[in-house]
Design a protein around this ligand. Sequence first.
Ligand SMILES: Cc1cc2nc3c(=O)[nH]c(=O)nc-3n(C[C@H](O)[C@H](O)[C@H](O)COP(=O)(O)OP(=O)(O)OC[C@H]3O[C@@H](n4cnc5c(N)ncnc54)[C@H](O)[C@@H]3O)c2cc1C
Length: 463
Amino acid sequence: MSVLAADKRFDITVPVAVIGAGACGLIAALAAHDAGADVVVFERDAVPRGSTALSSGFIPAAGTRYQRARGVKDSPALLLKDIQHKSHGQSDAVLADLVANESGPTIEWLADKHGIEFVLVDGFLYPGHSVLRMHAHPRRTGEALMGALLDAVNRAGIDIVTEAHVVDLYSDPDGRVRGFSCLRPDGTREEIGCDALVFACNGYGGNIEMLRRHIPEMAEALYFGHVGNQGDAVRWGEALGGVALDMGAYQGHGSVAAPHNILITWALMMEGGFQINAAGARFSNEHLGYSEQAVAVLAQPGGIAWCIYDSRIHALGGDFEDYRHAEAAGAIRQADDIETLAAIINVPVAVLSETVAAVARYCRGDADPFGRDFIGKPALTPPYYAVRVTGALFHTQGGLAIDKTGRVLSADGTPLPNLFAGGGAARGVSGPAVWGYLSGNGLLTAVTLGRIAGSSAAQLSKT
Ligand SMILES: Cc1cc2nc3c(=O)[nH]c(=O)nc-3n(C[C@H](O)[C@H](O)[C@H](O)COP(=O)(O)OP(=O)(O)OC[C@H]3O[C@@H](n4cnc5c(N)ncnc54)[C@H](O)[C@@H]3O)c2cc1C
C-alpha cells in the first residue's frame, strides 16, 4: 500500500476512476456518467456490498417530495441545526451546510434520473432528528439499497471491475494522481491510468492498528462493518499531501444482539423500551443516541445489556428485517410477568421490578435521574420482552478533508490536483467523537458527497 512515482506506462487510462463500489462509489459513478464522463469503478470484492449492504439503508434528507406528501415540514436549515446540535456545534460548518442542502435534491435525482424507489420511514423518530426524514428502499434494508444502486449503474452502462484490489497509487511530485495498480485474485497486477480519481473506499473500521491510534476505546470491540474498509483512502490521501480530520469520530451502536450478532433496531428504545445491566438497573439516557450508547453498554459488567420492552414495541420491531431474523434466531425472550422475565434473563427480580416501576413513574411525569423524557409513551404492560445486546463499532467518521466540490484538501486548505473523496473516505459531519453522530450521518455523506465528488471529477477530467 504505497504512493509511488508515476514513471510508468498504464495498461489503460480512464477519465474518471472510482475506488470502492458501496453507496458512495456507485453514486459517484452515476453522477460522473450524468456529467458526460467515462467512468469505471474498481472494487476489491467479487460481489460489491461494502458496509452499505450491511446497513439499514436509512438516508436522512431534508425537504423532499416524500416528506411533503406526508405533511412533514422540513428544510435544509432544520437538518443542519440537528446535525450541529448533535455534535455540539463541532461538525465542519462548510460540509454540514453542503450535505444538508444537497441531501433532498440527491434523493430526488436518484429517484427521477435513476429509477431508485424510496419511501419515508415512519413509526418513530431517530434520536436527534426533529422530523421524519429517513428515506429508504421500500424493503428498508441496505441490501435492497445496494441492489437498486447496482441495477441503476448497470442500466447506465457503467463498468464495475470486481476483484480489483487497488494496492498502490502513482503520482507526480505535486500530488497529481496518474494512476494505480490493482491486484487480481491470481496475483497479477493491472496498471490503470486516470485523469481524476474518487476515493469511495470508506474508512478504517477494519484496521485495528488505525483504531488503536485514533479510536482506542473501540479497538477491541466487535466491528460490525465491512472488513474491506482498511483505511486505504486516509493512508494514500495523507501520503499525497492531504489532511485527515476528526479521526476520533465514529458510529457505534449500543444494541447488537449477543451472541447472535444481529442489529436490534433503536426504534425499541425510542418508543418506550430501555436498557438494563446484569444487575437489573438502568445506566444511561438511551435517547442521547445509539452511537454513544455503544460505549455505555461496553462499560457494563461483561460489556452486556438487556433491552426491555413490551408487546406494543415488539410489534414495531417486526417492521424490521433484522429484528425478524433475531426473533427467528431465538434472541428475543418473552415472559408474562416480571418475576419470570427476571429468571429467564438472570437478573435480580427485586431490582428489575423497581426499574420497571420507576420507568412507569417517569412515563407519568416523574423526572428520570438520567434525564430522559418518557412523557407521551405508555408504561410497559405484560407480556414483557428482552434481548441481550452488546456495543459495537459500525463505521468510522473521520477522513480526508474535502472542499465543497469533494476535492481533497491539504492541511493549508489547498486542493490536491485531481483527487476527490466521499462517504467514509472523507471527513464526516459528526464532530470529533462518538457523541457527535446523528443517526444517518453515514449514508448522508456517502450519498450526497458521492454525487458531488463524481460530478466534480467528471468536470475536471474534461478540462
Ligand atoms: C450494521 C450497520 C448499519 C448501518 N445503518 C446505517 C443507516 O441506516 N443509515 C446510515 O446513514 N448509515 C448506516 N450505517 C453506516 C453506513 O453503512 C456507511 O456509512 C456507508 O455505507 C458508507 O458507504 P461507503 O460507500 O463510503 O462505504 P462502503 O459501503 O463500505 O463501500 C466501500 C467499498 O470500498 C471497497 N474497498 C475498500 N478498499 C478498497 C481498495 N483498496 N480497492 C478496491 N475496493 C476497496 C470495499 O470493499 C467496499 O465495497 C450502518 C453501518 C452498519 C455497519
